[in-house]
Design a binder for this molecule. Sequence first.
Ligand code: GLU
Ligand code: ZN
Length: 317
Amino acid sequence: MPNLKNPSSPSDGYRGRFAPSPTGPLHAGSLVAALGSWLDARQNHGQWLLRIEDVDTPRCIPGADQEIMRQLLACGLSWDEEPIWQSEHQERYKRALDRLNELKVLYTCTCSRQTIASALEAQGVITPRNQEIIYPGTCRPHEIIPYKGGSELLDEVALRLALPPNLTIEFEDLALGKQRQDLNRDVGDFVLRRRDDLFTYQLAVVVDDAEQKITHIVRGEDLLSNTARQIHLQRVLGYATPSYFHLPLVLDEHGEKLSKQTLATAIHTETEQQALNSLRNAARHLGLSDLPDGNRVSIAEWLLAATQAWNRRITFS
Ligand code: GLU
Ligand code: ZN
């Protein structure tokens, strides 16, 4: 899908971001997302923000945020504006939940994983492993009455977003073209606040992309399946929808996506040469060719060439 915007025109307020979860250092896959989003922002003369997505505190590793920032800077991927940490913005997410509560689209759910699995089994629904469980609506009331006490909530209770019937979300991905998802069929009423009192990724990402006025989201294709529900939540909350550009995933030799779970190894950025090699691997993955090689080139020169190559790529591909 070509980018129809004239690439040489100055930004009309382009704001992109890189939003890593600090669950470990950057690996080859996350560097692709960092580089792709950085190049797209720079090529469009936009801002590139860094947001540390540390809402899922049990999965966060102390110090990983600092390590990620160190790796980014070693690769010359500098950000504009102060980075934000989601853990420091709990009141934003609370406010969004209060709003949804007023709109009568939130309900409390007391199901455990086991209750959901049994309810699905009773309906004859088998969820393949690795596939998301579609919530069967067990706790959904006939008529939603806002829960009392604003954001003061009971323990061990999750909050789910009630989806309207017939909710097919369509959007144009700048890399992958037209996308559509039937949210009731593929997702079901999804959780915005977990039983253990944590706000979910879906809620936090939507609130922060709006708070930070992000106009372009460039991220890995592993997140593509979250996009429709994020667009739905944006609409319910009255936020603008940014444009989306999902980048091809880096797979390991078994064809599995690289992640901390599959013990993807951290990229090396200790020396300038190592950082440049890591960048070159990421660029190759993004389909960028004819970039300066050899070890005489500086990272800054290389990034400039990559920004120009990116420009060519999305204009002519
Ligand atoms: N924090 C998410 C991750 O590291 C990315 C969120 C996003 O880019 O929307 O997988
Ligand atoms: Zn339930």
